[in-house]
Ligand binder design. Sequence first.
Ligand SMILES: Nc1ncnc2c1ncn2[C@@H]1O[C@H](COP(=O)(O)OP(=O)(O)OP(=O)(O)O)[C@@H](O)[C@H]1O
Length: 611
Amino acid sequence: MPPTLRDDPVRAAPRAGVLRSLRAREEWKFFAVLPRASRGLCATWWALVVVRGALPAMATVTVAHLVGAVEHGASLWSPLIAVGVVFVTLQALAPLHTEVSANLGDRLALWLHDRLLIATTGPPGMRHLESREMADQLTSARDFDLGIAGPPMNLTMGFVAGGLVEAVAGVGQAALLAAYAWWAPLLVGGAWAATHWLLRESSRWDRHTGEALDAQRRAEYTYRLAVDAPAAKEIRLFGLSEWTVGQFSAARRHLVDLRWRETRLRQRPLRWAVALLVVANGVTLWALARDAASGALDLGQTLLFAQAVIGSSALAFGGLNWALPQAAHSAATVLALGPQMADRGRIGSGTVPADGAVRAAIRFRDVGFGYPGDGGPVFDGLDLEIPAGASLAVVGLNGAGKTTLAKLLCGLYTPARGAVEIDGADLRGLDLESWRRRITAVFQDFIRYELPLRENVAPLGAPDEVIAAALADAGAGQVSDLDTVLSRGYDGGTDLSGGQWQRVAVARALAAVRQGADVVVLDEPTAQMDVRGEAEIFARILRATQGCTTVLISHRFSTVRHADRICVLEKGKVIELGTHDELMALDGRYREMFDLQASRFVHEGSDAVVE
Ligand SMILES: Nc1ncnc2c1ncn2[C@@H]1O[C@H](COP(=O)(O)OP(=O)(O)OP(=O)(O)O)[C@@H](O)[C@H]1O
């Protein structure tokens, strides 16, 4: 068998390199994902690109035939029918292509949204959502959706389609010129194609610089402040309406300015482009005129080639230069985000099932941990044991690391040093999913799901008896019926007070307990409740979580004192640990904080609260 190019490493290498760099291009990736959005629509879209691109050249040929038939006195029937068919098809396919493009753009946006949400919610950890770099990537990836820095995907697809049709049409028309002279398509087509390169700066706006992304995020943020109900109170109370509008306008204007500065046509390349086009078209049209005058070309041929010269202008610099890179960049960023976020949000997880835990104790053993950035360590050698089935209250000043401790226990971060151990086994070795079925929490910043009460209590579903019992345990049996959506934005929806919402969040944790969770983390579970409500709900929580290993984080010492043990966190370490009575007897930091709060309540006449 004779050797092929593939066998020749010297000649094959550059080709492989070209292919690799072609594949690395965002445009390539964009076209590669289109069929995944919709195979049928994608095939139709490409077919229309080719057919619509070929039609202008066919129109040129059919018109020239018609003129030739008139000139030579031949029958006009078939040339006329051909002209009619081509022109009608040309007109009819344009709106069809627009529809297909919009539809395909919508499907692609849906597909990209799915990938985006999988990328953000998929990783078991949460570091990927907290880093500045990832926030930039996310803003960049959401470009196709926001319409802040460019049109949405369903419009962009139309521009891309139009640009490709023009490119194919331009090539088709230039190709016709080959029948006149070999150099003509190269000269005319080349001159028009060169405008893409000469004027390339005008189409390139790197919208993904820190400056543009900041402006984009600020615009989106202030927009949300203006339109979302939760911010409405403060916006009005603090007289921030004008500030909000001003911030939004300034960010949008900044984006427009950035784009204008980057993409305005620059004089020198424009002059070069015009000069090149004048020379190329002038030379070709002059040659055509000369040959027509000498009789070397008849009228039909002259018309054919003159039209082809004009039609080649479809190759000119236009929408494709900005629309395709824009769409391609968004798609490529979304595609890249999956692995990047998976990497950042990775949590060391093993395969040992956590079923049956916790039997002996949870232990933080010499734990060192700090958040990304230059904030320094939150824990530096934290040692703490929580016996199974007991309750531990964690107290400390703001920023002492109480919530961080809860997050480590939930497996949302892994310690940089030491380990969180469950019955002596490193949490990293346990199967995280099964561990998270055993643990439940009420976070300080719990989520108010815009869902019916039923799903607010059991987002993944539970029998109604379980939900009703959990609501009753949390003292939230009366807040609304299970089918009512907890948002006024929906038909028949309602909203709850802060305290009622907190009871619903507690009910969510208690429903999980009823379904098998036996480690309960309560981070300020009563912060939004009145004093009476707090005492009452805490008694209920204790009852409902009997036998569970409970970590209670609270600044309210009236609540804290009922825990089996209390630990005081300071500067990332446990400085005191014991029962309420032991810590009071110790006369240390706990007693100081307790007395301070008690004196405040006594002073305010609410001494019953701290008994
Ligand atoms: N996501 C984060 N990224 C960076 N730093 C963080 C993050 N969350 C908390 N920190 C920092 O870690 C430290 C401990 O915070 P943590 O929320 O655990 O404190 P806390 O004791 O729960 O405070 P509070 O009583 O105010 O709720 C603080 O210095 C805080 O600024």
